[in-house]
Design a protein around this ligand. Structure first.
Ligand SMILES: [Zn+2]
Length: 267
């Protein structure tokens, strides 16, 4: 009796697992997940005076004992490539990466398309009006949303530094020549005060535009305890609403930001 029971349990568990796997395939899960991350390599875009991503081989080959072994060493600034910003980045007493619970990094994706404005003006600032126009068409921004500004700059040109940053100079000399669009301080105020968002994201290297000297948008977002995501990839493939954005950053204790694997589950 007991053995029979165990046997039926085993059959039942196998059936449940198999049907979960099969339904996953049938639903075309692969087509439903959109990777929104750039891989890290020597071309990864960093702020001109930050330390770029470096990968060096620690070991690669057959060991003396006859088995294969490969391992690399890497180093980089926190803020480069597809990466998250924690509130501490621009708020003195803000939270660090490890103080943000994982569920806070997941939320409905709201994509505001301003690509045509950014073609005409690469220093374009997203206005409160752009946000309200999106809401008129698609409804109120859902609670806990990631509000994503789709400029088209990073989406089309990443990792071409000249076309993304507006300059291919490096170091401090580049700072005065930066030119790319981003959120306006007014839109950041509106989103943090009038709506309940998780954070804001953009397909450029910064939520503040290239010409910013005082990083007002970072200060507003970080000061409001909200999150940031920069250099998000594949925005052309993300629907304007209905997707769920997952931002899964490296868990750096005390971190002000971190490389993130960003992906969306499409509706
Ligand atoms: Zn950052």
């Amino acid at each position: 009796m007991k053995i029979k029971k165990i046997f039926f349990m085993a059959v039942w568990v196998t059936a449940v697992v198999m049907s979960a796997i099969l339904s996953g395939h049938a639903a075309g899960n692969k087509d439903k997940i959109l990777d929104m991350t750039y891989a890290y390599d020597e071309n990864t875009i960093y702020w001109p005076n930050a330390s770029s991503f470096k990968l060096t081989v620690e070991f690669r080959g057959m060991t003396e004992r006859g088995y294969w072994y490969a391992a690399n060493f890497y180093s980089a600034s926190e803020h480069g490539g597809t990466h998250a910003d924690a509130p501490l980045h621009f708020a003195e007493n803000g939270r660090t990466m490890d103080q943000i619970p994982i569920e806070e990094w997941i939320g409905p994706a709201v994509k505001i398309d301003v690509t045509s404005q950014c073609v005409r003006n690469r220093d374009y600032l997203l206005s409160v009006d752009d946000v309200k126009k999106w809401e008129q068409k698609h409804g109120r921004i859902p609670a806990g949303a990631w509000v994503i500004m789709y400029t088209g700059i990073g989406t089309r040109f990443y990792p071409d530094r000249k076309r993304v940053l507006g300059t291919d100079k490096t170091g401090l000399a580049a700072l005065s020549e930066l030119s790319f669009p981003a959120f306006s301080p007014e839109s950041a105020e509106f989103l943090t005060k009038e709506r309940k968002i998780k954070g804001i994201a953009i397909d450029t290297p910064s939520i503040d535009y290239g010409k910013s000297q005082d990083f007002q948008v970072h200060r507003i977002i970080c000061g409001a305890n909200k999150l940031g995501l920069e250099n998000i990839a594949n925005l052309d493939k993300l629907p304007v609403k209905g997707a769920m954005l997952y931002v899964i950053p490296m868990l750096i204790k005390g971190g002000t930001g971190a490389p993130a694997r960003a992906f969306a589950i499409l509706p």
